[in-house]
Design a protein around this ligand. Structure first.
Ligand code: SAH
Length: 505
């Protein structure tokens, strides 16, 4: 059998913000058999890949894998027929040693492709509100390594040329030599008052900017304890930052927020938080599973026309119902004669997506409001079907029955605690770098508490907890948690708005 030829893709991961990887890079991560990565690539990008992941960067106390060894690893995996993604911070060809890897692969006849990335040299200044070129201020930009050993007899850099370029200078890897760099530039004729800024952990929630001039910056950076990775920008464009800064003034900038919804549902909340400058970490504390048996639901679906009302109190219930209908060949048109009530817009949207109209929706998205809605009509002897999660609160069916309705409850899904998430959750909490946790339902909250464990509640001391609505908040209180704020509109958008309000106070 002839072995398939593998290939190595050198992929730029972007500067930190996981949204700054290219579409092509993300697709390649999805199809890679092996991902070889190091420090700078945001580790969240690895979630796109189901392949083998090999870390070759620096680890506490240990050196990174030598370049020659990385080269051999890449070639070996590709010659084994694997699709290899070599994920590199920023752009692979900007101080990324991508060229060395390619030259080696050529000698081994290994196929390769380059997928450029957004380099930190441009993106990090941009997130600090500094355009690297600007009409009237800079018509060229130079990327420079600041890594050079300052005790070296003869510099490989032409300091006179750099100093007289008249354009913007961007130094990478220059934290350790910051003082030497600024001194050399002044020594080569640049003005001491030339604006300069150093940007640490750019494009992430840990971004920090220290600015000054060539003469003041080194002391300021030292006083501020600036650490790598950081980019040094020198030139008149730096002064534009006072008007152009945008990232650090987003309302949730700098907040590290945990999203506890299911993987499938986290997306929208995470995007909204990210758009407001937060760094989002997704660790689902619930997962949605089918009921132990479909028999009950199937039986009711078979005689669905006999019902007057169908009440759907969660998007999960809708998903489960629609899936089951499709499997059983129950056409959505069979719901035409029944009236449908949903608890909120997300539930209604799901149904609309399947071409099913909604007849009633309460103004506030809690069970009590559904009760109120039905109190305004006569439901005596009305047959109501209520597909729901196993083991849920029973106010709704109880109240409907008290009103004289004939209510049938069926289990449409189960909410369970996902396996294997506890280690990452505990690691996150014990690092004490988390600012907030979001709860979007009672079950995300109770499972969170169960996962963390009673004895570890002290880890939550400095963490602010936010809740989507009063029911969830109640659950939290019963479990002994303190909720910082509860959304007044019980939706995902409402939750985000409540967090923004909280932090803008
Ligand atoms: N290939 C990368 C650069 C690798 S060299 C790129 O194109 O971005 C590593 C240097 O990049 C760091 O020392 C630092 O100067 C810069 N850098 C990378 N990510 C950064 C970040 N998020 N914030 C500030 N500087 C960063």
């Amino acid at each position: 059998m002839v072995k398939e030829r593998g290939k190595v893709y050198l992929v730029g991961a972007g500067p930190g913000d996981p949204g700054l990887i290219t579409v092509k890079g993300r697709e390649l991560l999805r199809k890679a058999d092996v991902v070889v990565y190091d420090q700078l690539a945001n580790e969240r990008l690895l979630e796109f890949s189901t392949g083998e992941k090999i870390y070759v960067g620096k680890q506490a106390g240990r050196h990174s894998m030598p370049q020659a060894e990385i080269n051999r690893l890449l070639a070996r995996k590709a010659l084994d027929g694997k699709t290899v993604v070599r994920l590199k911070g920023g752009d692979p060809f900007v101080f990324g040693r991508g060229g060395e890897e390619v030259l080696y692969l050529r000698t081994k006849n290994v196929d390769f492709e380059i997928v450029p990335g957004i380099t930190s040299a441009v993106a990090v200044p941009a997130y600090a509100g500094i355009p690297v070129t600007h009409r009237g201020k800079a018509s060229s930009v130079t990327f420079v390594t600041g890594h050079e050993d300052p005790t070296k007899e003869r510099s490989d850099l032409d300091w006179d040329a750099l100093a007289s370029s008249g354009g913007t200078l961007v130094f990478l890897m220059g934290v350790k030599n910051l003082k030497t760099i600024c001194t050399r530039l002044v020594g080569a004729g640049m003005k001491r008052s030339c604006p300069a800024a150093v940007i640490e952990n750019g494009t992430t929630s840990a971004q920090r900017v220290v600015s000054g001039t060539l003469s003041t910056l080194p002391a300021r950076a030292q006083a501020g304890g600036v650490k790598p990775p950081a980019v040094l920008v020198v030139g008149d464009v730096v002064s534009l930052r006072s008007e152009m800064r945008w990232y650090e003034i987003l309302p949730l900038f700098g907040r590290r927020i945990l999203v506890t919804r299911t993987r499938a549902q986290a997306g929208r909340l995470s995007i909204l938080l990210g758009e407001r400058g937060a760094e989002v970490i997704e660790i689902p504390t619930i997962s949605i599973e089918p009921p132990h048996s479909w028999a009950e639901l199937d039986a009711e679906l078979a005689r669905i026309e006999e019902y007057d009302w169908l009440i759907l109190t969660s998007a999960n219930g809708v998903d489960s119902l629609l899936d089951r209908m499709e499997k059983l060949g129950v056409a959505p048109s069979r719901l035409r004669s029944i009236r449908i009530c949903t608890i909120g817009p997300a539930t209604a949207e799901r149904l609309a997506g399947a071409g099913i109209r909604v007849d009633a929706m309460p103004e506030k998205y809690v069970a009590e409001e559904v009760v109120r809605l039905f109190e305004s009509m006569d439901v005596t002897d009305r047959r109501i079907l209520l597909p729901r999660a196993a083991a849920t609160r029973d106010v709704l069916p109880r109240r409907l029955r008290e009103m004289g309705a004939d209510v049938t409850e069926v289990v449409a899904y189960r909410t369970v605690r996902p396996r294997g998430v506890r280690p990452s959750l505990m690691r996150l909490l014990s690092k004490r770098t988390l600012d907030c946790v979001t709860f979007t339902s009672s079950s995300t909250c109770s499972n969170f508490v169960a996962l963390v464990g009673k004895d570890n509640q002290k880890l939550l001391k400095a963490v602010k907890l936010f809740s989507i609505g009063p029911i969830t908040t109640n659950t939290a209180h019963e479990l002994g948690l303190r909720i910082a704020a509860t959304a007044s509109d019980y939706t995902i958008d409402g939750l985000v708005e409540c967090m923004v309000d909280y932090y803008s106070k």
